[in-house]
Design a protein around this ligand. Sequence first.
Ligand code: GLN
Length: 488
Amino acid sequence: MHRRTLAQLADDLRSRRCSSYELTTHFLARIERHDPSMNAFVTVTADHALADARAADERRSRGDAGPLDGLPLAHKDIFCTEGVKTSCGSRMLDNFLSPYDATLVARLKDAGTVMLGKTNMDEFAMGSSSESSFYGPVRNPWDLERVPGGSSGGSAAAVAAGLVPAATGTDTGGSIRQPAALCGLTGLKPTYGRVSRYGMIAFASSLDQAGVLTWTAEDAALLLQVMAGFDPRDSTCLEEPVPDYRAGLNASIRGLRIGVPAGFFDAGLEEGNRGAVETALGVLESQGAELVGIELDNLDLSVPVYYVVAPAEASSNLSRFDGVRFGHRTEHAEDLLNLYTRTRGEGFGAEVKRRILTGAYVLSAGYYDAYYLKAQQVRQLISQSFSRAFESVDVIAGPTTPTPAFMLGQKTNDPVAMYLNDIYTIGANLAGLPALSIPCGAVGGLPVGLQLIGPHLAEGVLLNVAHRFQAETDWHQRRPPDFDAENA
Ligand code: GLN
């Protein structure tokens, strides 16, 4: 069962080959057996899940089950879930029970999906390796000594190891695509505003976007169908109709123009990754797509711009964690100011503090013009480079990451080396563009991702190209050997 995609499991449920209760029991047993070796879950909601699965089975026997009814999934622990701990990977929220569901959680619940639990992540989604979590690092099921990527590393590890068939994630600078690439999955970050951010704990509000980690583009399409669409509770959520994503998956890509930015194949890209990505581009070309060399001006500035804008927004967003209203509160306060400082000192980890300090600095009166304002201006230029490119190409393709999964601890003492992991993914966030990563090869037994970036609201095109690629290749069917066997 754990080798089947979400679409296949939906068929199994429809044709009564299995019940939601059986599926849920199967995956819960796998979590119990395998999660201790990878630490992908912060919370497992077994009782809730079994009750929800029974309710889904009852709806099906009454004949009123929707297309996703009864399918198990997991949510990144950044999404508020009513009555279930929502930690955001932080000591600050270790005791936080959300009083409401995030819109995305509510929509997937209304569609009948069964939440198995909440997945581990970098603290407040700040990181590229899932090592900054208060709950300890997540391990990559392809090699337990390596990182799964981050910040949605728990979701990626859980899906890759077959502990759950799909999971949600968030992507502020690459946090869905990078772990998808490092774990051999399909990871979709939609257009900024395509999916509601209501109830998704804010990191950098102008960059954050929710999406999914799945085995296939088809599975991503199934989930996006339910998640996308206007939400009056998020003022940045787009009031645009939601197309039928699944209907467009098989369209021919003959004549599709794929822009290949020279800057994505620079010195930082490891040879093995370059080879895999170039071979993948060849597959798309053989299906009739046309590869066009392009330049994206100022793309080399995307990491520095991001590390001004994202911390600035984070420093403001995280000011709400003060020990007064919710979350951690110090037991040793002498006065009110001391309550704030001690609470924050105890509740936040090192990376979060580093971001708050940087963010407060670039926003401070003397430095605002030199850093924050300048970064906003360069962000505009980067956005314009993408718009110009999309005048002559339909999608942009390149690597998702410069290297395959790195070793645990390898970059924890060097934040800048960690930040450079997102060199190919951050541009899409700065410009608000949809982007996805699909497995396209392997280096030394570790998965490599191909990234596709589209113009605003072109999720359908990206999923179509990804699906056609997956019809020709089997990289998305490879599973981490140690977790693959039917009885594993
Ligand atoms: N790795 C990037 C960071 O540390 C992006 C994280 C994300 O997308 N949430 O900020």
